[in-house]
Design a protein around this ligand. Structure first.
Ligand SMILES: Nc1ncnc2c1ncn2[C@@H]1O[C@H](COP(=O)(O)OP(=O)(O)OP(=O)(O)O)[C@@H](O)[C@H]1O
Ligand SMILES: Nc1ncnc2c1ncn2[C@@H]1O[C@H](COP(=O)(O)OP(=O)(O)OP(=O)(O)O)[C@@H](O)[C@H]1O
Ligand SMILES: [Mg+2]
Ligand SMILES: [Mg+2]
Lengths: 228, 228
């Protein structure tokens, strides 16, 4: 389970206070596929950053499988982010000086996977997202949607228990977007990967177990798929 | 008019040749709203870069109002890119060390607009895209969709004759995306701005005069809206 309890995040700019998150409570069940929707600026990325233990909340707590992430030391946090959670960033954050193949093998090498096995798995997942003929391209030799797919492939590389996907289909056409959604649903259904997806893409609704709506840093509504 | 005639772009990687554009012919009429759709990797951004005179084609020519852009000197090209064309980049390319306000005023200052007038216009256009309360935020203090809207506002700042919008609604929710499409349609209808939009967003189809489909670096089909 991934649980956010009473999570708030306030940014300070001079005298101004910006409540990016305002009292968020949500429990994501193990193996669930949950989509988070809401207007631009409503707090989806900030919630992901808090859940993924990348930033500290101003108030409240995050529990991952009942462990309070605020109690983890640097090594434990690093393990969490490297092995347990796969993060697909909204701006991709792929390494500009590395090829697609290097970008995807890197987290596996950090996790101690032997180099040749890491390369085989990287080639397989890159092929799976339609980049089989682009593995030696660096980001500037890739289109926007291809860069996005490198970020997606990289997140799945270490077979994490939890995927945080921040708008993973934003730069993809309908068909390619459906392929990616299909891949994530398959990971979820066949391997029990918990998928948390921030998205503006209404195609995502049909395959989500639950849908969360956010607005102004708050959760307004959570619904089961069949209620929607 | 914006005309691409026999435009090809071939990238070389070692011995490999990648035909990003392969014999593209299209004439965009003055004041038209034209959408370009196609799979990720099909050549939309590359076509924009050639049309916007940011890269040279391997073969073929681009004519903007009957002027061959290959014949322009550095000053003329700079003027074209600063005053005539407004480019909304797929990756935004906004300046990270500047606020939203500074990012939007910058092209106006380059164009010789007095600083106070530039500021007034910047505030107005930022308010129009829903960022009125974010004008002093730098990119890292903005959400993905907010950064995209800074890029949009910046492109309109100098009241260009032609807007090249590369997936301008990719990171926007339905409502915000509709507001932006509405803004661009209004610029087109009321001010005669020629809008060329690369998009995966099917909401864009209803307001386009024509739609171009690309695949593998080629134009497969061009249709009028009512044929679609
Ligand atoms: N470092 C910061 N300082 C000040 N305000 C910030 C900062 N980071 C984010 N914000 C604000 O917090 C709010 C939430 O941002 P967040 O990135 O979580 O939104 P989002 O839901 O992911 O939006 P989008 O759909 O556009 O990606 C936004 O209004 C943003 O301007
Ligand atoms: N510098 C480069 N070197 C080699 N190949 C490149 C380079 N730049 C682009 N490409 C390739 O050219 C093709 C077209 O790229 P382009 O960015 O125009 O696609 P696109 O239609 O904009 O895709 P998307 O919808 O994903 O943004 C892609 O297959 C890409 O891998
Ligand atoms: Mg976001
Ligand atoms: Mg593109």
């Amino acid at each position: 389970t991934v649980m956010a309890r009473g999570v708030s995040k306030i940014y300070h700019m001079g005298d101004e206070e910006i409540p990016a998150l305002d009292g968020v409570d949500v429990t994501i069940r193990t193996g669930e596929y949950i989509s988070i929707m809401g207007p631009s600026g409503s707090g989806k990325t900030t919630l992901f950053n808090v859940i993924g233990a990348l930033i500290k909340p101003t108030e409240g707590s995050v529990f991952i499988d009942e462990i309070d992430v605020a109690q983890l030391d640097a090594n434990e946090l690093a393990w969490l982010r490297c092995r347990k959670i796969g993060y697909i960033f909204q701006a991709y954050n792929i390494v500009k000086v590395m090829t697609a193949l290097e970008n995807v093998t890197l987290p596996m090498l950090f996790a101690g996977v032997p180099a040749d096995e890491a390369q085989d798995r990287a080639v397989e997942i890159l092929d799976r997202v339609g980049l089989g003929d682009r593995i030696l391209h660096t980001p500037k030799e890739l289109s926007g949607g291809q860069q996005q797919r490198v970020a997606i492939a990289r997140a799945f590389a270490n077979r994490p228990a939890i995927i945080l996907a921040d708008e993973p289909t934003a730069n993809l056409d309908l068909k390619t977007g459906e392929d990616i959604i299909h891949l994530m649903k398959e990971m979820n259904a066949e391997r029990g990967v918990t998928v948390v997806c921030a998205t503006h893409d209404h195609k995502m609704l049909d395959i989500s177990d639950r849908i969360v709506w956010m607005e102004d840093g708050q959760i307004k509504k959570i619904a089961d798929r069949d209620e929607v």
